[in-house]
Design a protein around this ligand. Sequence first.
Ligand code: AMP
Ligand code: MG
Length: 427
Amino acid sequence: MDPMLTVAQAEALILQRVPRPNADQDREFVDLMAACDRILAQPLTTTVDFPHWDNSAMDGYAVRFADVQVCHPDRPVALQVIAEIPAGAAPQCTVNPGQAARILTGSMMPTGADTVVMQENTRRDGELVFILTPPSGSGAFVRRQGAFYQAGTPLLPAGIRLQAPELAVLAAAQLTPVPVYRRPNVAILSTGSELIPPDRPLQPGQIVDSNQYALTALVAQAGANPLPLGIIPDDPTILEQTIHQAVATADLVISSGGVSVGDYDYVEAILAKLGAEIAVRSVAMRPGKPLTVATLKSPTRSTPVLYFGLPGNPVSALVTFWRFVQPALLKRAGLARSWGPVFTQALTTQELRGDSKRETYLWGQIHATEQGYRFHPVEGGHNSGNLINLAQTNALAVLATGQQVHPANSPVQVMVVGQPLTGGNYL
Ligand code: AMP
Ligand code: MG
């Protein structure tokens, strides 16, 4: 295996190793109110038609088309109003020739009537209604039973994320509780003897474990269940025990640090010792060159566990998460497609500098303007050790390997990682 893969090769190797959730084992039922953002675990159908019955699309009068097809404001047709059908009640009447029923939007059509005349085209006088203008045809302003959906046909497919429109459909179809995939459990560990938690006084040489917080947030945002395991020192025995335990409890494990070629980088050797199949060791990407991806047999489940050993450098850890882990996580969570990342074109406001040997990811902000997207790289340059100017990043410009200079005010490929900014008179 060529140790240094291109980004595209690494992505393909990773995604083909991501198991999909198991339709039975990984399914749970949640109340509709708690189902937002969850992923549907099975295709759904329902036993009712939409609309449930023929109903009126207008406030007006339910009539027989044959009675009213020839009329004119000067020669209106008079019909006897035999009933009023409010929304929410079943009509008790039958509309016979020469008759009409007062009807409101959404009300069920009475038997005998086939057409609705909108109120604006009528004049009411006591028990009589005068039809002034003929309807466009038989069935005008009637929503037919089953016109939008027929009982028993597919309603929603498996593998979609449930958002407001889908929740409305499920509610209308009275489908609650909803079968969704359980959220994947993701163990997160920070390796490095120099690391301390944020609430500990900093001694010279120590580094605060920021990755634990960033990765936990990213995992939760991807719809998975983060299991933060804290800081693990560069001690091969402790690290092996922790990884072993993480593999036993989680569906996916993310560690940061310890994957380069330093004297204290033990992750890959431990994975090999635990019987992992290592798919990725190093990717031609800047930032993020050291990246270990492996699969391990789960001691507790039939689906294998995916292991991501991200670089410790906080910028590299986030960029590699966005590029590789997030799509894998969305596939593992059961999303049928569109795992991302999302790429688009934007006009860069500044010149960008790439790398002769690696695909380069340059962080900044994407703004949606009336002229299209603009990409504004961060102030202060792209130093992968600079975590501070990563704040407020919502996109990364992507320069192909060998593309050393990308001119200002020209379109560039951008990987979107947050909501594009809008408003104001930016640029
Ligand atoms: P490593 O990949 O272990 O060689 O780490 C690369 C750099 O990232 C070193 O400067 C580490 O101190 C730093 N680093 C490693 N892990 C973390 C972490 N969890 N949070 C912040 N910085 C880290
Ligand atoms: Mg380290």
